[in-house]
Design a protein around this ligand. Structure first.
Ligand SMILES: [Ca+2]
Length: 480
């Protein structure tokens, strides 16, 4: 009898195991284009983000989450492979010379497909009726099975991505809940100027549009009865789209919101201060789905039984449009070291994208030309950069005071540089740099884009319009 009971128990246990195998977790990534931490649950005043706040209340909110690159395509390529941009030749933004992934590296979508998952990518704007943004710097492009988890076979597990175009520029007004530029808290990194307050308010309104889409997507998951068995990852693809943020390795360019909701596993409403980055999101997504890449990933697992410790987060910036750079960073969460390998270039070198879309780009140039851009903002106008910048993120979160050369910080600077160089030796060892032809094509393409778009953006302006004229055009548009 005892033996029989044991046998029954083993049988039932077997049933449970089979049942568990039959119902693997679904994964949903909600990726917001250019979203920094400017949501209410991260402490941003004047913005209304009830849906993202609710997700945070039901999940775990990461207060030290970073992208590994401060621009769309490099960051997205890195994230979908769990590899650093230079390890997959994806560091140049939208290079004309897209290469196949090296060393048999695959996007993680391949591992999900092999395991029988439905792998989708939908646009949040159409509620996943159309394909979502991909923007990878490698070829061939990932072939998704569809745009919405609703297109899968009955009972098929899914790894779904939803791409939300907000708050990417050009910003979109929120007429329902307008944000008052006089009330916003402009980050200390920026000159307090009416034009920049108006631009910031409009950014927050675009964040509110993002929040609405998040609410709609999560409502569909709930409607389909899938919320309980789906792990939701919500994040920005890199930091916020402002002058000294996107495209740079300062906190504003790399820090992102990250919220994970995993029902019955993660206690609701908790905050997590651990250092995490987007490569880790990919590695964790694989691990909690019991999948494994047949090679080492740069991403570290931060959830589930296979948790790994992360001591440092790394940042990579190369050419974005016509702005050629080679910048790398490392942070341990307290100190940040930036290695400006292209130190001979100005932070404010022409970036056609920023010149076209960012009022601050024209405003800083214009005020500086008149000697009216005060410290510390005028530091950003210098004709060259220091080779190294070291910041104490606790004492100086705006990263204005470079500690390089201060004796007290020599030890931490040395330690961070050694660690960064060691990581780069690995992450760059097989890197194939962009050819001069591809680089020039990228530069020319960007300049052509500016010439074509400026008259549409600001009626009647010619590509040779001065910064003064551009500022006046922005004032006409934003200060009314
Ligand atoms: Ca982006």
């Amino acid at each position: 009898m005892k033996k029989f009971k044991k046998h029954i128990a083993a049988f039932l246990l077997g049933m449970v195991t089979i049942h568990a195998q039959e119902k693997p977790l679904n994964i949903l990534w909600i990726n917001s284009d250019d979203l920094g931490r400017e949501v209410a649950c991260y402490g941003e005043p004047e913005v209304k983000t009830p849906n993202i706040d609710q997700l945070a209340a039901e999940g775990r909110m990461y207060s030290n989450a970073y992208a590994n690159a401060p621009v769309c395509s490099s960051s997205r390529s890195s994230q979908i492979t769990a590899m650093y941009p230079t390890a997959i030749n994806a560091e140049n933004h939208r290079t004309m010379e897209r290469k196949e992934l090296p060393n048999n590296i695959k996007p993680i979508t391949d591992f999900f497909k092999q395991a029988g998952y439905f792998v989708s990518n939908g646009s949040g704007l159409t509620l996943m009726k159309t394909m979502g943004k991909k923007d990878y710097n490698f070829s061939p492009d990932i072939k998704y099975d569809g745009t919405h988890w609703r297109q899968r076979k009955p009972g098929q597990p899914f790894f779904a991505q939803v791409q939300i175009k907000y708050p990417h520029r050009a910003f979109v007004y929120d007429k329902e809940h307008p944000v008052d530029p006089d009330k916003v808290r402009l980050p200390k990194e920026y000159l307090d100027h009416p034009l920049l307050r108006a631009d910031w308010a409009k950014y927050l309104e675009s964040v509110q549009h993002c929040d609405k889409v998040v609410g709609q997507v999560l409502a569909q998951l709930e409607e389909d009865g899938l919320a309980e068995n789906t792990v939701v990852f919500f994040f920005g693809d890199h930091g916020r789209p402002h002058l000294r943020d996107k495209q740079f390795l300062y906190e504003g360019g790399l820090r992102i919101p990250l919220i994970v909701r995993w029902p019955n596993q993660l206690k609701a409403g908790k905050k997590d201060k651990r250092l995490v980055s987007l490569v880790d999101v990919a590695a964790t997504t694989l691990a909690i789905s019991n999948l494994k890449a047949p090679y080492a990933l740069y991403g570290k697992v931060f959830l589930g039984k296979q948790c790994e410790k992360r001591d440092y987060v790394f940042g990579f910036r190369q050419r974005t449009g016509d702005a050629v750079e080679n910048l790398r960073s490392i942070t341990d969460g307290r100190y940040k070291l930036i290695w400006n390998r292209t130190y001979d270039r100005s932070w404010m070198q022409v970036s056609s994208y920023k010149k076209l879309q960012y009022p601050a780009f024209a405003l800083y140039h214009y005020l500086h030309s008149k000697g009216e851009l005060p410290a510390p903002y005028n530091q950003f106008m210098a004709e060259s950069k220091p080779e190294f910048e070291l910041f104490d993120l606790k004492k100086d979160p705006s990263e204005f005071h470079n500690l390089v050369g201060e004796k007290k910080y020599a030890k931490i600077q040395k330690k961070l540089l050694i660690t960064l160089k060691k990581e780069l030796a690995e992450a760059e060892k097989n890197n194939v740099p962009e050819t001069e032809t591809a680089r020039q094509k990228g530069i020319d393409g960007s300049q052509k884009y500016y010439s074509n778009a400026v008259s549409k953006m600001h009626k009647g302006l010619t590509p040779t319009a001065s910064y003064k004229t551009l500022v006046e055009a922005w004032e006409k548009e934003l200060l009314h």
